[in-house]
Write a protein that binds this ligand. Structure first.
Ligand code: NAP
Length: 340
């Protein structure tokens, strides 16, 4: 069950939600056997085989790769790891990459006002031909916030050619001309209107999250997360887990991309060889083992496919990655995250 159940037990309603969106083949089989989705969902909960089930049913569905589903803080479900349109696709036309990513099986897409490519993301989503109901779309806001947030959001929605997003995040707590609290209240209003199903934050420290205590709890905090920030991230990691705020990892492959020749290189190589996998798959597996939802990106179809294929690490392997990762500290983005 792994990361799916990391934020609490799975309910019948949640499984029904997945069943409704994942497989036409399954629906046909249930009808043939005269079993309702509710009965099937209850049986799945009892047998605790949701992940195995989800994997096998999706494998039979030619349109979908096997996807692990993750539960976020407000109980909603994210289908699979995220495909991001920042970093490598920053200020780029993201449409073709998105079409490719969706065609190989990504259903969880991540963009932001800051990336200045939401229009092309909207075009990619349309061109993919995949029904909107099967996609989980996140965007974020960082400018024209405070009292202008709702207008800013409406412009983002228009650029994305959508009538709602699945998750809307405040990109950073460092905002100009307003407070985190004022902007968060605008996100609450957007959620109440149904234009964002879930709301959350990104790059929030414990002190930033504490400012929102008593308001709607963020469903997600999206942060830079990999073994070279693991040690420093401890207080935030535990605060989020204790407060039912799901963590999303951006930059999960940073030890391979930005901080090569570090102490982790031989460890990742050894573990990858043992599993006949790549170092990237090892880092994704470690992230998922920590109950954190990875958001990655790639321009290469082969790598897109590779990162969707999961391996499972032993406890010893996870511990070794953490111990060796903690020997040094490297952060690529958002320096404020190293301060209290
Ligand atoms: N909230 C925030 O503040 C924030 C900040 C940064 C990112 N993000 C989000 O997170 C997404 C992913 O971020 P990320 O790009 O940092 O993710 P990542 O998964 O750490 O890195 C992905 C990049 O690594 C490259 N790569 C993969 N395996 C490699 C290897 N073995 N050797 C060398 N390079 C390799 C890929 O290039 P190829 O094309 O060659 O595969 C790709 O450009 C972004 O697109 C964005 O949506 C959010």
């Amino acid at each position: 069950m792994g990361a799916f159940s990391s934020l609490g037990s799975v309910t019948t309603t949640e499984i029904v939600q997945i069943l409704t969106t994942t497989s036409a083949l399954l629906t046909a089989n249930l009808l043939r056997l005269s079993i309702t989705r509710q009965v099937f969902a209850r049986a799945l909960i009892q047998s605790e085989c949701l992940w195995t089930f989800s994997k096998s049913c999706c494998n039979q569905d030619k349109d979908m790769a096997a996807l692990r589903h993750f539960k976020i803080g407000d109980g909603r479900i994210i289908p699979g790891i995220g495909f991001g349109t920042g970093t490598a696709l920053y200020q780029q036309d993201a449409a073709n990459s998105l079409v490719k990513a969706i065609s190989v099986g990504y259903r969880h897409l991540d963009t932001a006002q800051m990336y200045q490519n939401e229009s092309s993301v909207g075009k990619g989503i349309k061109a993919s031909g995949v029904d909107r109901s099967q996609l989980f779309i996140t965007t974020k806001v960082s400018q024209n916030v405070g009292q202008q947030t709702e207008q800013t959001f409406d412009r983002q929605l228009a650029d994305l050619e959508l009538d709602h997003v699945d998750l809307y995040l405040i990109h950073t707590p460092i905002l100009e001309g307003t407070t985190v609290e004022e902007t968060w209240k605008a996100l609450e209003s957007i959620q109440k209107k149904g234009k964002a199903k879930s709301i959350g934050v990104s790059n929030f420290r414990v002190s930033d999250l504490k400012r929102l205590e008593g308001l709607t709890r963020p469903a997600v905090n999206q942060i830079e997360f990999h073994p070279y920030v693991w040690k420093k991230a401890q207080p935030l990691y535990h605060y989020c887990r204790e407060n039912n705020i799901a963590l999303q990892a951006y930059g999960p492959l940073s030890p391979l991309v930005h901080f090569k020749n570090g102490p982790l290189d031989p460890v990742l190589k050894k573990i990858a060889e043992r599993h006949q996998a790549t170092e990237g798959q090892v880092l994704m597996a470690w992230t998922i083992a920590k109950g954190v939802i990875p958001v990655t990106t790639s321009n290469k179809e082969e790598r897109m496919k590779e990162l969707l294929k999961e391996i499972e690490l032993s406890e010893e392997e996870q511990k070794e990655i953490e111990q060796v990762g903690s020997q040094t500290h490297h952060r690529k983005w958002m320096d404020h995250m190293d301060s209290e």
